[in-house]
Design a protein around this ligand. Structure first.
Ligand code: NAP
Length: 492
């Protein structure tokens, strides 16, 4: 099969879809379409525009390895700059010509060696390979709070921020204390807006500095990439990520202990009122949930215009939120910083693999994938940042790049015509998943005894439960004995 007739479809033009587009082109694939349901690239960074939006991974480590960005202004990148970065990269690599915007893939099914796709505009497509780059934190989790529809002010999820509402002079309630709620409270409190933070379970806050890169520093990075490389110590950062992932499986490790202590010291040293301090004290160990990195939350919540509400929410009423102690908190705006349905992945897309096997059947218990990338009976279907991949306080861009390296090798066998279809064996997935679950039960996400979006419906941590280096090693080269293939013109 020549390159022109070998068709690759990528679903999603967020961070991983852009990566796939660039890498496919560089590898010489020429028949590529990226379907994007929205009108712009950017994925989660397009959807999230809330005040204070910041990535807690240092800016220069939250970039493609092959496309450094000397222009980051802050040590932690603001959401708007990240979105601009992805738009710039898309422009630089001429990806727009590959992308069909405002087009959702609604159905994919595998027939006789290729994928048939149905699109939201009613048209069809066909592809030899489908790459799902549909993101993880993508489907807002909207809690079922009684009376929500009766609220007379504005109410929206943090990932659907309504910028038509001017917040100055308004009373704003924010529900949820994940990274999102913390960032929103910090930003609004600083602006002097009256904020109430409704917190069911407080979380630990890791203190972090978020300085600026001076114009001189940025000019130096621009002039000489080596200056940037030296300043950012990529090697040192990689070691820190490795130690971080070791700490997840070994709460007694030095790093786990020192980070836990830093969180505890942050609370003790920076919340003055002892009663407020107790209200902000989590009932679980640091690390059990994804750590929140914040330079200013404790300052923000202690301002006179900010209030912490620890009483449970009874219901939402036309005038505000009533808590279980009977108090009505009068509000003009309610923000649901209540997180995402991290188990959805490509859904609501319907996907049927070999012999009509439905993805919902394979995922009836929980989303699974061999090494987080491929699934048995779904040949030539690959995922970037799919289920069970590494997730933590580090860059998902780097994860996607390693996964790409692995997927590219599987695709090479398809493009060369050596095989027509490739997928992991059922035994490969079973073996991987059993080991993953066993290891997951040793992580602090499980042993720490707290609820978080890291856990699946059965309470098992869904993320990669081993070290980062083990993931990198797994992505180096496919173990071909774990795959089955059909078709192609291989003779031996
Ligand atoms: P999240 O971590 O899942 O937090 C959701 C919050 O909403 C929790 O505090 C939860 O309380 C609360 N909540 C949910 N339903 C509720 C209800 N019915 N009543 C009261 N409270 C309720 O969500 P997130 O803050 O959006 O963050 C999700 C992930 O996005 C992060 O972990 C991170 O991976 C990513 N993120 C990253 C950054 C960054 O800086 N890189 C920034 C934002 C988001 P309970 O704990 O009691 O369940």
């Amino acid at each position: 099969m020549n390159d022109d007739s070998f068709r690759v479809v990528v679903v999603g033009a967020g961070m991983s879809g852009i990566l796939a587009g660039i890498k496919l082109r560089q590898a010489g694939y020429s028949n590529i379409t990226i379907y994007e349901k929205a009108e712009r690239v950017g994925g989660t960074w397009r959807e999230n525009t809330y005040p204070g939006l910041t990535c807690d991974v240092p800016s220069h480590h939250y970039t493609y390895s092959f496309e450094r960005n000397p222009d980051w202004t802050r040590h932690l990148p603001p959401g708007g700059e990240i979105q601009a970065y992805f738009e710039n990269v898309t422009g630089k690599y001429d990806l727009a010509e590959l992308i069909r915007f405002n087009t959702e893939v609604v159905d994919a099914s595998f027939h006789q060696g290729s994928w048939r796709l149905k699109l939201s505009d009613g048209s069809d497509d066909r592809a030899n390979v489908v790459i799902a780059a549909t993101g993880v934190l993508h489907h807002p989790s909207v809690p079922a709070i009684k009376g929500m529809e009766s609220f007379q002010g504005a109410l929206f999820h943090s990932a659907r921020w309504d910028h038509s509402i001017a917040l100055e002079g308004k009373r704003v309630g924010v529900i949820g204390m994940g990274s999102t709620g913390v960032q929103i409270i910090s930003a609004l409190s600083e602006r002097g807006i009256e904020v109430s933070h409704f917190v069911r379970n407080p979380q630990w806050i890791m203190p972090v500095e978020n300085g600026y890169f001076s114009a001189e520093e940025r000019a130096a990075f621009r002039a000489d990439p080596q200056v940037l490389d030296d300043a950012m110590d990529f090697e040192g950062y990689a070691q820190a990520v490795e130690a971080y992932t070791e700490a997840l499986t070994n709460p007694d490790s030095e790093l786990a202990q020192s980070m836990s202590q830093a969180c505890r010291d942050n609370l003790e040293g920076n919340v003055i009122d002892p009663a407020l301090r107790e209200q902000l004290r989590p009932d679980h160990q640091p690390f059990c949930k994804r750590l929140i990195f914040s330079p200013d939350y404790y300052t923000a919540i202690q301002r006179p215009n900010a209030k912490l509400v620890r009483e449970d929410i009874e219901q939402i009423e036309p005038a505000g939120i009533r808590t279980c102690d009977g108090e009505l908190h009068a509000l003009d705006v309610i923000v649901l910083a209540t997180g995402f349905r991290a188990d959805r992945f490509m859904r609501p897309m319907t996907i049927r693999g070999r012999n009509g096997l439905d993805l919902e059947t394979l995922w009836a218990r929980r989303p699974v994938a061999y090494l987080a990338v491929t699934m048995p009976d779904f040949p030539n279907f690959f995922m970037l940042n799919g289920p069970n991949g590494p997730v933590g306080n580090f860059s998902l861009i780097e994860i996607a790049e390693h996964q790409w390296h692995y997927i590219a090798q599987l695709m090479e066998r398809l493009r060369s015509g050596e095989v027509e279809a490739i997928s992991p064996t059922g035994a490969a997935l079973e073996e991987f998943d059993a080991a993953r679950i066993e290891a997951a039960k040793r992580t602090i996400w499980y042993t720490g005894g707290c609820q978080s979006w890291y856990l699946d419906a059965e309470g098992i941590p869904a993320s990669w439960p081993w070290t980062f280096s083990r993931f990198v090693e797994a992505m180096r080269e496919p173990r071909w004995e774990y795959f089955e293939t059909t078709g192609g013109d291989a003779r031996c």
